[in-house]
Design a protein around this ligand. Structure first.
Ligand code: ADP
Ligand code: MG
Length: 251
């Protein structure tokens, strides 16, 4: 795979992305020609009402789904030209996902959950463990590594999910409503981690319909009915946090 041949390329380059579901009368145009670039180190909030196409966009950007037409490059690699296997490799190495519902594997420890992308990536066991522990340290869960998901609060589970997304040192962190199932305190914890990751150079695309959450980003893109209607830069609310996470360096 030739993922890194154009290293100065933006992390994302999206052109005229269209996604239609269904046929005939039942056809839904979920995306109607979305174009955008995301540069390395940016922190983007994608906003929009329910049904505006946010999850559709994220699933395509994360190579979980394919567009009806249009192109998108991830870290310089044209996803439309990759076969299934190459896409799976791109997804595993270049993209970290955080979902609203955490999506941790039950009856597996936090540590084992975080190691999983490295298992798929063929990383040897000792290195896996070291990197997973470092990722869990970044999200403040060093004292919970042997707990299983049902022994953790929602906020802690989402922090495990963030560690799992980070452990491969992806070019892009994609989060779909990551605080949608969390209380105010846990939302604050997760957003603080995102702020720190952003300050340390990570590239983040976070989907949300909440203004308070979007306020943490450097840039806000608004979707209405599958189209970008606004794309603006802003000063993030809290500024860079005081302490940088230790462990893995930024992608
Ligand atoms: P959001 O995440 O902003 O709420 P979605 O991307 O989930 O929006 O959905 C955008 C539109 O596409 C909606 O009208 C939704 O009903 C439709 N849609 C999403 N997924 C599917 C699917 N698998 N099959 C048919 N329609 C879908
Ligand atoms: Mg959604």
């Amino acid at each position: 795979m030739t993922v890194q041949e154009e290293s100065p390329a933006p992390v994302l380059r999206v052109r005229d992305l269209v996604k239609e579901y269904g046929e005939g009368d039942a056809r839904v145009r979920a995306l109607r020609g979305v174009s955008l670039d995301v540069e390395r180190g940016d922190y983007v909030a994608v906003m929009g009402a329910s049904g505006s196409g946010k999850s559709t966009l994220m699933n395509i950007l994360g190579c979980l789904d394919v567009p009806t037409s249009g192109t998108y490059l991830i870290d310089g690699a044209d996803a439309g030209r990759l076969d299934e296997h190459q896409l799976a490799v791109l997804r595993n190495r270049r993209v970290g996902f955080v979902f609203q519902s955490f999506n941790l594997i039950p009856r597996m420890s936090a540590l084992a959950n975080v190691e999983l992308p490295l298992v798929y990536g063929g990383i040897p066991q000792a290195a896996r463990r070291e990197r997973a522990l470092a990722a869990l340290e970044q999200v403040g869960l060093t004292d919970r590594v042997h707990h299983e998901p049902n022994q953790l609060s929602g906020g802690q589970q989402q922090r495990v999910a963030v560690a799992r997304a980070l452990v491969t040192a992806p070019a892009l962190l994609l989060a779909d409503e990551p605080t949608g199932n969390l209380d105010t305190a846990s939302t604050g914890d997760v957003l603080e981690i995102m702020d720190r990751l952003s300050a340390s150079g990570r590239t983040i695309v976070l989907i949300t319909h909440e203004d308070d959450v979007a306020a943490h980003a450097k840039r806000v893109i608004r979707l209405v009915d599958g189209e970008v209607v606004e794309d603006r830069r802003q000063a993030p609310v809290d500024g860079p946090p005081p302490r940088l996470p230790q462990g893995e360096d930024a992608a």
